[in-house]
Ligand binder design. Structure first.
Ligand code: UDX
Ligand code: ADP
Length: 468
């Protein structure tokens, strides 16, 4: 029997660790939840009195933090002490795609997970349940297990014979922008593991707010693989609908109607059928690249090239949008002011990882455009840093504005890249009056009212529909 869980430690205070632990602390006030991160600046932000200064933006997060912080929820950089005291440790560190070495460009970089496992091996005492929460390649749990069992670097004074580790996989399915509601009301909770007591200990925590029938238990590998495949299936739907958006534009159909019609079939379902500038975020591309890598490793070349195409269509959609903007603006963007509305990879988050805006802005800058960018939650430093990492030209002609108004004055075109609510119902007549003519609106997210934009006098393009 595993002892009663009282203290939880989460390693990694990022987009996954922060909100997940906040909700666990909120729903289980009897547990002590400590979130640790080596990034002290990030920890400082999690502890800032002004809740608008939290390191991540998520609707509803501020309220949960206000309720639980410094009660049973703590953010700290004291990794050692919190690992040593924990009955249960979540690993929630970053796992980006490897940039060099074997599997570069496809496999996940496990250096942070490896380091984390070694820290646990060094400091943990007694019985500890170790849970992989980060999205990881299949069989990573096995690696963590081996590190924990064979590590000989345990802290002096720890009674080694009494130490025992139980490894579980508990993938996170939250989507950014809706993280709190996804955590509070998940479609399912997945727990993979070998030890029934350890599985039950984690299931018991979730059972405080999740119905038993929504808690699925599997072996370790099935759980790890299910997370990769969930993301791959979701991404595949987006590439499918985006590929058809191009066909709609050529043939005169409307992708919004096509999505509605096919989504009405219960077997297809209505979600994840919005065509747009392609998927972004930290997970989809990384997970599919992982899947491609695994399939190649096992010689399943047809399977790997099938999934590779999902990424290729995504990149093609972004290039297609950049090219048509250049084309509509008479083949040259030299010295033209273009307003970019939205920079985050989706609405209601300040996350820009793999944001389509980065690729689209890069293409427009390379064509000589003068970009003015506005995003309600992404700050200037982040936008400039992302573009500096992406754009090859020395001269990055880009200004970050603090309002839509500053952005659009005298511009030749507006490109809506993120579906923020505040871009949905703009006063198009007023905006038109302030712009160079012919004035264009490119709505990559299909969120504007096309009749309003056209009535105001604009030339107009939106994904998956052509206006003549
Ligand atoms: C995703 C998964 O949804 C989540 O379960 C997993 O835990 C992490 O990865 P996230 O990347 O945060 O979550 O957001 P998601 O809502 O899935 O959107 C991903 C991308 O797809 C965004 O760029 C979004 O704009 C795009 N998207 C989504 C579309 O283009 N069309 C759609 O219909 C839905
Ligand atoms: P995710 O979206 O998966 O949550 P993030 O990059 O937002 O990813 O967060 C991961 C966090 O994990 C970062 O803040 C990083 O500093 C932290 N981290 C990585 N390795 C360690 C480690 N060994 N110990 C503590 N924190 C770590």
């Amino acid at each position: 029997m595993i002892k009663k869980i009282r203290k939880i430690c989460c390693i990694g205070a990022g987009y996954v660790g922060g909100p997940t632990m906040s909700v666990i602390a909120d729903r289980c006030p009897h547990l002590e939840v400590n979130v640790v991160d080596t990034n002290e600046e990030r920890i400082k932000k999690w502890n800032s009195k002004d809740l608008t200064k939290l390191p991540i933006y998520e609707p509803g997060l501020e309220d949960v933090i206000e309720r639980r912080r410094n009660k049973n929820l703590k953010f700290t950089s004291d990794v050692k002490e919190n690992i040593a005291n924990a009955d249960m440790i979540f690993i929630s560190v970053n796992t980006p795609t490897k940039s060099r070495g074997l599997g570069a460009g496809q496999a996940s970089d496990l250096k942070w997970v490896d380091l984390c496992a070694r820290q646990i091996a060094k400091y943990a005492k007694g019985e500890t349940i170790v849970i992989e929460k980060s999205t990881l390649p299949v069989k990573t749990a096995q690696t963590i297990n081996e590190i924990l069992k064979s590590a000989n670097t345990y802290e002096e004074g720890t009674n080694r014979s009494k130490r025992k580790f139980f490894i579980l996989s508990n993938p996170e399915f939250l989507a950014e922008g809706t993280a709190i509601s996804d955590l509070e009301n998940p479609d399912r909770v997945l727990i993979g593991g070998e030890d029934p007591d350890a599985i039950n200990a984690l299931a018991e925590i979730y059972s405080y707010w999740v119905k038993k029938e929504k808690i699925i238990t599997t072996d370790l590998w099935s759980s790890e693989l299910s997370k990769l495949i969930s993301n791959a299936f979701l991404a595949q739907r987006i590439s499918s609908i985006n590929s058809i958006s191009a066909l709609c534009e050529i043939t005169g159909a409307d992708i919004k109607d096509v999505s509605l019609a096919i989504g009405a079939d219960k077997r297809i379902g209505k979600h994840f059928l919005k065509s747009g500038p392609g998927f972004g975020g930290s997970c989809f591309k990384k997970d599919i690249l992982n899947l491609v890598y695994i399939c190649n490793h096992y010689g399943l070349y047809e399977v790997s090239s099938y999934w590779q195409k999902v990424i290729e269509i995504n990149e093609w959609q972004q290039k297609r949008i950049s090219s048509l903007i250049v084309d509509k603006l008479f083949g040259t963007l030299f010295n033209k002011k273009i307003s970019i509305l939205g920079f985050s990879f989706k609405a209601n988050t300040n996350d820009t990882r793999e944001s389509p805006a980065i690729n689209i802005c890069n293409d427009l800058i390379e064509e000589g455009a003068n970009l003015h960018i506005y995003d309600p939650k992404v700050n200037e430093k982040k936008i400039k840093e992302d573009l500096k990492n992406r754009v090859k030209s020395e001269n990055i002609n880009c200004f970050v504005e603090t309002s839509i108004n500053e952005c659009i004055n005298n511009s030749h075109a507006i490109v809506i890249v993120t579906e923020w609510d505040e871009f949905r119902n703009l006063d198009w007549k007023e905006i038109y009056a302030k712009m160079e003519k012919p004035a264009w609106v490119f709505d990559t997210r299909n969120i504007t009212n096309s009749a309003d934009v056209l009535d105001a006098g604009f030339k107009f393009w939106r994904t998956g529909r052509t206006y003549f």
